[in-house]
Design a protein around this ligand. Structure first.
Ligand code: NAD
Length: 264
């Protein structure tokens, strides 16, 4: 039957991708916490420990019971992360994949100029990592689970400058479907949220992000772009029993931009 309220109490939610207070992952972590989930977070380690410090300070109000390094390019680190989740939590209910990276050469100019190294790196970090994290989560989601990733319309239609990340997001959205098919028998659901453009560290690397936001303000039915909190609310819904029949889907949280055919 499930619970009719959006109640995540007793659930363990691990959130990747918090870099700062603008991060979409931060909006998600806050709403999962509000709904009662116990929170764990990862950060991308750097030599000076800046991201770790930032993430620890920022997330303190949520009392995360796990704060772990989680560079998805580092297999040993990903294994260690899930080993710690197993040791400390015993099980995992919710996994948020909210990270991506592409070199600047892939986010502006001509698609035909994208170097092979930039392509491989973007695919590894932004696309392959979803399956990699799902591999770690699978044996820990013993009561079923919900895996949620973040995608963008530029993976479905051509958006100026989104270039390489568009191809990575197309791969990511297909990964959602293959994972949903594989993990469904274990009652693990896998969905993507396609968010409208929001100013963040990652999006500022995309040429013309402000133009993208202005276009949404003109064209989208709601005449504004979305907030990290709105994305967080949809993530809380997808993480909860209220969405128990939904898997393999991409849900647009984009003020309705995606439905528009002709812009006036
Ligand atoms: P952000 O810069 O706050 O988050 C990106 C995160 O990716 C950072 O926390 C960074 O540390 C992490 N990351 C990069 N390389 C990593 C690696 N090797 N291992 C682990 N983590 C790594 O920006 P954001 O906009 O909040 O991005 C979060 C997600 O939302 C991304 O998948 C992005 O494509 C997606 N998204 C963003 C928008 C937008 O307009 N901002 C729209 C739709 C989808």
């Amino acid at each position: 039957m499930g619970n009719f309220m959006l109640d995540l109490s007793g659930k363990h939610a691990f959130v990747t991708g918090i870099a700062n207070n603008r991060s979409i992952a931060w909006g998600i972590a806050q709403q999962l916490h509000r709904a009662g989930a116990e929170i764990g977070v990862s950060y991308l380690p750097d030599d000076k420990g800046r991201f770790e410090k930032k993430v620890r300070e920022l997330t303190e109000p949520l009392h995360p019971t796990l704060v772990l390094p989680g560079d998805v390019q580092d297999d040993a680190q990903v294994d260690a992360l899930f080993n710690t989740v197993k040791e400390k939590w015993g099980k995992l209910d919710i996994l948020i994949h909210c990270l991506a990276f592409a070199d600047k050469s892939g986010l502006t100019g001509n698609y035909t100029d994208i170097p092979k190294e930039a392509f491989s790196q973007a695919m590894e970090i932004s696309t392959y990592s979803l399956g990699r994290l799902a591999r770690g989560a699978k044996p820990l989601m013993t009561n079923g689970g919900s895996i949620i990733t973040l995608t963008y319309f530029g993976g479905v239609k051509v958006i100026p400058n989104y270039n390489l990340m568009g191809v990575a997001k197309a791969g990511l959205e297909m990964t959602v479907r293959y994972l949903a098919a594989e993990l469904g028998p274990q009652n693990i659901r896998v969905n993507g949220i396609s968010a409208g453009p929001i100013r963040t560290l990652a999006s500022s690397a995309v040429g013309g992000i402000l133009d993208m936001i202005h276009n949404v303000e003109e064209v989208a039915p709601l005449k504004r772009t979305v907030t990290q909190t709105e994305v967080g609310n949809t993530a809380a819904f997808l993480a909860s029993d209220l969405s128990s029949g939904i898997t393999g889907q991409i849900i647009y949280v984009d003020s309705g931009y995606e439905i528009m055919g002709m812009y006036n």
